[in-house]
Design a protein around this ligand. Structure first.
Ligand code: NAI
Length: 468
């Protein structure tokens, strides 16, 4: 085999791509990983999941001391955020993680090729990097894991300064006085929370009639009340129409309650979804077809229409989540190595890392209705959970759905502190086909927030112990 020839070339080193490369290398394949960024880890590690979680964690501490310090017996004077240090700590975390991925690639003998990869047909990948002649590499298999970029609104183009996407909003160098956020999904709520905690006047404008619209309306409504109390302004059922300049002022235009309104802003974060990033990848030349939503078309094994080319993660259909991409990366590596593999798309947890966190796995009520599945619901309020009360965080609830006839667990939604961790137990129950009764009879440590999950499962049969 020549230096330029591999069993597998992965294009894009985000969580989907690097995990695919790791698994393929574990299985004995000769792997190259092509990445255009100077560091590995993709959006998630560099400008997405990890930096946003670092900012969320630090600002949560700041906000808790500022808003509830006295409740916890903490007296503080002249409390103020230190943005420079906060960003430095976030950047250090990112640096450590992306460096760790590079180290793991080295240890696993994965060749990292820096530059922009293009499909060149006949099992070839061309890699261009600044100031160098394009190089060509060949492989029996190629995996497209090029991720996604923020969707741009045609009437509100990104300018990197005032109108920005999440990449910029995790790295503002000053706290904006007035920040408008378009979209109350994961990014809008998370980054809206970060800047609101640091002192921005945050207004989130959402087209639908609830925040976190992938969750059921009762969860969304309760979350909305909590976020409003935290100081964010939420404008629902509203449509942003553009940005006007009036002298030095910038006015965001939107339609709400039947009339055109405007809001003075310093920055606008557009968080209305992401689209697969496939620009300039040479899909046509390579014979790779896309679906009607401009995602790479794949079969149920994640094979594209071109022989030997696979695609995973945000580049293909399904939730745009790092852990979904990782599972697909593992599955493709195993299939290439001739092993059977499976991704359970019915059980992919979904988390919004606000305070409290919002997490779900399995079906919502909306999903169950759409699938015409008869179900029972059990709910339990955090206000009746001892641990939450002791911590002063007794806002939220757990909602459990079980099949009417069989009691099989269908899905769970959690609005509670540590929901992102508690949801793992739900995923396990769903994977093993457990019932609401199984979950309700499982021993949970006391006192823990996760007891609210057990109680909500008991509530499916009207037998919750600490609430009526
Ligand atoms: P999203 O799809 O989660 O939410 C976008 C929101 O914008 C929706 O509520 C939608 O109704 C609203 N919207 C769309 N057009 C609008 C308009 N013109 N005016 C007002 N509202 C409008 O998208 P988001 O938050 O940008 O995130 C992108 C992707 O990244 C998602 O797939 C998300 O799941 C993923 N992500 C996941 C995170 C997590 O797991 N915690 C964190 C950040 C992103």
């Amino acid at each position: 085999m020549s230096e330029q020839q591999y069993d597998l070339i992965v294009i894009g080193a985000g969580p989907g791509g690097y995990v695919c490369a790791f698994r393929a290398s574990q299985l004995g394949l000769r792997v190259a990983l092509v990445e255009k960024r100077p560091t590995l880890g993709g959006t998630c590690l560099n400008v997405g999941c990890i930096p946003s979680k670092a900012l969320l964690h630090s600002t949560e501490i700041f906000h808790a001391v500022q808003s509830h310090g006295s409740r916890h017996g903490i007296k503080v004077q002249n409390l103020e955020p230190d943005l420079e240090n906060l960003m430095e700590a976030k950047d250090k975390t990112v640096k450590k993680l992306v460096g760790g991925i590079a180290q793991l690639c080295k240890s696993r003998k994965i060749t990292v090729i820096q530059g922009t990869g293009t499909l060149a047909g006949n099992n070839r990948v061309r890699v261009a990097s600044d100031g160098e002649e394009p190089r060509e590499f060949t492989a029996d298999h190629i995996v497209i894991s090029t991720g996604s970029v923020s969707v741009e609104l045609p009437f509100l183009r990104f300018d990197g300064e005032v109108v920005v996407g999440s990449d910029e909003a995790v790295a503002f160098d000053a706290v904006p006085n007035r920040l408008a956020v378009v979209g109350a999904g994961a990014i809008g709520l998370e980054l809206g929370s970060v800047w609101s905690r640091l002192g921005s006047e945050v207004t989130i404008i959402e087209a639908l009639d609830q925040v976190a619209p992938t969750f059921d309306p009762d969860i969304g409504k309760q979350a909305e009340r909590i976020f409003k109390r935290q100081g964010m302004r939420l404008v629902l059922s509203a449509k942003v129409t553009g940005l006007k300049r009036s002298g030095k002022k910038r006015l965001l235009q939107y339609d709400a309650e039947g009339k055109e309104q405007s809001l003075e802003v310093d920055k606008v974060l557009v968080a209305v979804g992401r689209r697969p990033f496939l620009d300039g990848l040479g899909l046509d030349e390579a014979g790779v077809e896309c679906d009607d939503k401009k995602r790479v078309q794949v079969d149920d094994q994640l094979r594209t229409s071109a022989s030997g080319i696979w695609a995973i993660g945000d580049a293909v259909a399904g939730p745009m989540l790092a852990h979904k991409a990782e599972e697909e990366g593992v599955a493709v590596a195993e299939r290439i190595a001739g092993k059977p593999a499976h991704v359970n798309y019915d059980v992919i947890p979904n988390v919004i890392y606000t305070t409290p966190e919002i997490a779900s796995a399995g079906l919502t009520e909306r999903d169950a209705k759409e699938r015409k599945i008869a179900y029972k619901v059990g709910k339990f309020p955090l206000a009746a959970n001892g641990r939450a009360l002791a911590a002063g965080t007794a806002e939220g609830m757990v909602k459990v759905l079980a099949e009417q006839e069989t009691d099989r667990l269908l899905g769970v939604q959690i609005l509670a502190p540590s929901a992102s961790e508690i949801i793992a137990a739900v995923v396990a129950h769903l994977e093993y086909g457990g019932s609401a009764e199984d979950l309700g009879r499982t021993v949970h440590a006391h006192p823990t927030i996760s007891e609210a999950l057990k109680e909500a499962a008991l509530a499916v049969h009207g037998s919750a112990l600490h609430a009526l």
